[in-house]
Design a protein around this ligand. Structure first.
Ligand SMILES: Cc1cc2nc3c(=O)[nH]c(=O)nc-3n(C[C@H](O)[C@H](O)[C@H](O)COP(=O)(O)O)c2cc1C
Length: 211
């Protein structure tokens, strides 16, 4: 991977999880990509934040060891009491283990911006949605209020179900990172944070205090 590809990978990595693992960019995962990015920017004053598939203290510590200054957790915080995701979507985050990197959803609004989604029955059935089609000419399958504005949701739109959404939720996009299979309960956000910090401290003490 050359420098431009690495930087593209960094951008993709921050855009909803790790498309690179699905072969989009030479199958690089965070464990190999992160040290390379850290090396690449070592002579600049750049803070490296690792994102994609980190849901607990093990991932947090691993990212620190690989050279990240910090981590960004998306899906883990989606599955919290405070998140504005629809309760049905939160429930699906607990039920599903598998995700796919795809551009099936939201092609018209965000062209060329694939993202990772839950492998739901709807996605599985439509994963080969023809490249020349998009959400614009698709039927309306639901409604949401977004930033106070009522919106129609077309099939294949990139709009996830939020707490106000009504309609056919099973056919809507549900973004999720690769670590979704490790999320077993909806927790308060503060609890996620507390566990992340305390358990990271324990791991560091247990594994590295003798070094
Ligand atoms: C529901 C949802 C919506 C997201 N929306 C965006 C977005 O609009 N722009 C963006 O750059 N990243 C977006 N992300 C990516 C997150 O900022 C973050 O990089 C990613 O979720 C980290 O991977 P993880 O979910 O495996 O922790 C979104 C993630 C989720 C789960």
């Amino acid at each position: 991977m050359n420098h431009i590809e690495v930087l593209k990978a960094v951008r993709l990595r921050s855009n909803c999880s790790s498309g690179i693992l699905d072969g989009f960019l030479l199958q690089d995962g965070l464990i190999s990509l992160l040290p390379r990015v850290v090396d690449l920017v070592s002579d600049c004053d750049i803070t490296v934040i690792a994102a994609g598939g980190i849901v607990d203290a093990r991932g947090y510590v691993a990212a620190l060891i690989l050279g990240a200054h910090g981590v960004c957790l998306g899906t883990r915080f989606l599955a919290t009491h405070e998140s504005f995701a629809h309760p049905y979507y939160k429930q699906k985050l607990l039920e599903y283990n598998e995700t796919n990197y795809t551009n099936v959803f939201g092609r018209s609004r965000w062209p060329g911006a694939p993202h990772r989604v839950l492998r739901t029955p709807f996605y599985t059935e439509w994963r080969h949605f023809p490249d020349d089609e998009n959400e614009e000419n698709q039927p309306v399958i639901g409604h949401s209020v977004i930033h106070g504005v009522p919106k129609e949701i077309h099939r294949f739109a990139g709009t996830i179900p939020n707490a106000t959404t009504t309609g056919d939720l099973d056919c809507m996009v549900m973004y999720a990172g690769e670590g979704v299979g490790m999320i077993k309960e909806i927790l308060p956000a503060a609890e996620v944070l507390r566990k992340l910090i305390e358990e990271a401290q324990q791991i560091i003490q247990q594994k590295f205090s003798h070094v």
